[in-house]
Design a protein around this ligand. Structure first.
Ligand code: DX5
Ligand code: ZN
Length: 215
């Protein structure tokens, strides 16, 4: 499976509706929404109020990536605001089982994300409960960073475990992806590519989305 999820972190917030409509008309099936609290990561992005205009502008899958501490407190509100997938960080969550159950009870798909220093095996004991694993291929917090190549070893380890156990769990990767490394990333076993700066800095973002998808 191949999906591209453009990250609106790199969109023009003065023209957010225009940028979401562009994604809506493009080959991207998902929209990636990065929520940062200034505590889990050294940056602050946006929260609930931004979900509304995005949800209104597109029926596509809204893929919310929570880079926040105590995600269990907020997952339900993100689902109510229109999230289809809610992904929290393994490193930020005291009780992943309960948080996954809360997301499912609210009616969304549940994902967990791991930072570059966290091994794939750290989440193996609750992989069965997840709809998606998000491998960070940069340190979370900022768009426009360079891809960490070792992330692909982690993708391969996850792919192997998911296939071995027959789990129904997507693998997403986030950070430093462009048309240059997209093929290698898909070949490692990734289902969903997040792309921020490479899409929104392109002359034609919609064409760039297709190029990444077909890399
Ligand atoms: C970083 C975010 C990413 C970011 C990716 O913490 O999670 O989704 O937008 O940006 P690029 O594609 O520019 O690395
Ligand atoms: Zn993200």
């Amino acid at each position: 499976m191949r999906i591209v999820a453009p990250s609106i972190l790199s969109a023009d917030f003065g023209n957010l509706e225009r940028d979401i409509k562009m994604v809506d008309r493009s080959a991207a099936e998902w929209v990636h929404i990065d929520v940062m609290d200034g505590v889990f990561v050294p940056n602050i992005s946006f929260g609930f109020p931004v979900m509304k205009p995005v949800r209104k502008a597109t029926p596509k899958v809204l893929d919310v990536h929570l880079m926040i501490v105590e995600p269990e407190k907020y997952v339900r509100r993100f689902v109510e605001a229109g999230a289809d997938y809610v992904t929290f960080h393994h490193e930020a969550c005291a009780d992943p089982h309960a948080t996954i159950a809360e997301i499912h009870a609210a009616g969304a798909k549940a994902g967990v994300s791991i930072k570059p220093a966290t091994p794939a095996e750290a989440i193996f004991d609750y992989l069965a409960e997840l709809d998606m694993v998000l491998v960070m291929s940069v340190e979370p917090g900022f768009g426009g960073q360079s891809f960490i190549p070792e992330s692909l070893d982690k993708v391969r380890a996850l792919r192997k475990e998911i296939d071995k156990k027959g789990y129904n769990c997507l693998i997403e990767i986030d950070g430093g992806i462009s048309v240059k490394n997209a093929r290698e990333v898909y070949d490692a076993g990734v289902d969903v590519i997040v792309a921020g700066s490479s899409v929104f800095s392109a002359e034609s973002p919609a064409d760039m989305i297709s190029e990444i998808l077909n890399a």
